[in-house]
Design a protein around this ligand. Structure first.
Ligand SMILES: Nc1ncnc2c1ncn2[C@@H]1O[C@H](COP(=O)(O)OP(=O)(O)OP(=O)(O)O)[C@@H](O)[C@H]1O
Length: 411
């Protein structure tokens, strides 16, 4: 019975005229062929890397810019073109890409690099020196220039800068191969934590990616929309609105492309043949909620308990939740899951942090002769937040817990 109705549903959905021509090109994994408004950065990068085509070692480069300013897209694009040109000139020029958020230890980085040159190194188990030796031996097998792109390089140095130190000195041990590095970061200050020798070697050249303004983002979106959407699928206000929202967020092209995709998905779900202004607003709201929920997922357990206390109070019909009531419930939750009970002052601090993260909204209200207190309102949807909280095994036993609540006086 159910499968029949589902079959009908699929049929109905299939018969709707799709508004997307190729949705994949709006995803993060897609690398565009043309990058508008980045000619200066492309030229700077190419003029440094051209040394590789002369058989010399290009200077190391540090690339800075806020998130979504095209750093990765430009670096990869120039890297691909450099390899292509090298090939046509009969030169061996290899550009390898590593994301240091994923590969964040010296061992894993070296093992991964060696593997990219076709040699098998186990992902754990060897002494680090041995992996480094293997990497050197592997690349030094032939005359080649190797350019290593270290994206999100700031994540790597959180665990020490040994690997950067070793890589920055590697050329002295090589006979045939030459290595240079491109570090990419959206943290302008990360070099402050580097060993001065690494800092000066890595930052031989620096390229800055400024944020896009709304007009530049509009151009990026227009180009992408042409391949992503069917003709006439977008109301004329859609692109300017996506661009305006993204420009408010420090000119983030990734955010703009997300808005453009999610707006289309919302319109599609509503069976509309055109994406309208309200779909972009819906997309903005959805992306913001998804972001906040992601923040909830990474909160420390104590903050999760404080947050869950607010949720329980709201769920039990409390209109004006105060920090005193939160603390009362919080204590009961701690006892239930056997966690240390923090002082009321500390829990009030945790609530302020949740406020700063946009998870709750606390306003100070005056209660006349009863003094002043904070009233706390949730800024996240209850059901999805609950789901995320219970992913934490320490909170799981609280799923059906009912706290003892005081009757709320409406002063
Ligand atoms: N000039 C551009 N033209 C076309 N697309 C662009 C341009 N700049 C950025 N994009 C697109 O915007 C998205 C984000 O760009 P990218 O990943 O390069 O940003 P980033 O600066 O590396 O950000 P992060 O620091 O967060 O990694 C990508 O999908 C990319 O294709």
């Amino acid at each position: 019975m159910q499968s029949k109705s589902l079959d009908g549903l699929f049929q109905e959905l299939l018969e709707n005229e799709p508004i997307f021509k190729n949705k994949e090109v709006l995803r993060h994994s897609y690398t565009p062929d043309s990058l508008v408004h980045r000619d200066d950065q492309i030229n700077s990068l190419a003029s440094i890397l051209v040394s590789a085509l002369r058989g010399d070692t290009p200077s190391n480069i540090l690339i800075y810019g806020k998130t979504g300013t095209g750093k990765t897209a430009v670096t990869r694009h120039v890297g691909i073109e450099l390899e292509r040109k090298g090939e046509s000139l009969g030169l061996s020029c290899k550009v390898v890409y590593l994301n240091c958020e994923v590969i964040d230890t010296q061992y894993r980085l070296l093992a991964n690099l060696t593997r990219q040159f076709g040699e098998d190194v186990p992902m754990t188990g060897w002494p680090t020196d041995q992996v480094f030796f293997k990497f050197k031996e592997t690349i030094d097998n032939e005359r080649q220039v190797v350019i290593i792109i270290l994206d999100e390089i700031d994540k790597l140095i959180k665990k020490g800068d040994d690997v950067l130190y070793n890589l920055s000195r590697i050329n002295t041990d090589l006979e045939k191969a030459k290595v240079s590095m491109i570090g990419v970061s959206n943290d302008l200050k990360f070099t402050e934590f580097l060993d001065p020798r690494v800092k000066s070697s890595l930052g031989e050249e620096e390229i800055i990616f400024p944020p896009y303004d709304a007009d530049q983002i509009s151009d990026i979106l227009h180009e992408r929309a042409q391949i992503a959407y069917k003709p006439d699928a977008l109301d004329e206000m859609v692109i300017p609105l996506c661009a305006a929202f993204a420009a408010q967020e420090h000119g983030d092209a990734r955010r703009a492309l997300d808005l453009l995709r999610v707006a289309g998905e919302i319109a599609e779900r509503e069976n509309k043949s055109r994406v309208e202004e309200q779909h972009v607003k819906g997309a903005q709201e959805k992306i913001e909620i998804d972001r906040v929920i992601e923040v909830v997922r990474t909160l420390p357990t104590q903050s999760k308990l404080a947050l869950y206390s607010v949720m329980l109070l709201r769920n039990n019909g409390y209109k004006n939740v105060t920090t005193g009531e939160v603390y009362n419930v919080y204590r009961q939750l701690c006892l239930q899951v056997d966690m240390d009970i923090l002082t009321q002052r500390r829990v009030t601090d945790l609530m302020s942090e949740l406020d700063m993260l946009g998870i709750v909204n606390a306003v100070v209200v005056s209660k006349g002769r009863y003094g002043r207190t904070k009233e706390i309102v949730l800024s996240v949807p209850i059901n999805s937040t609950k789901k995320v909280l219970f992913e934490d095994y320490r909170l799981k036993p609280l799923e059906f817990f009912k706290p003892v609540l005081t009757t709320q006086l409406h002063l």
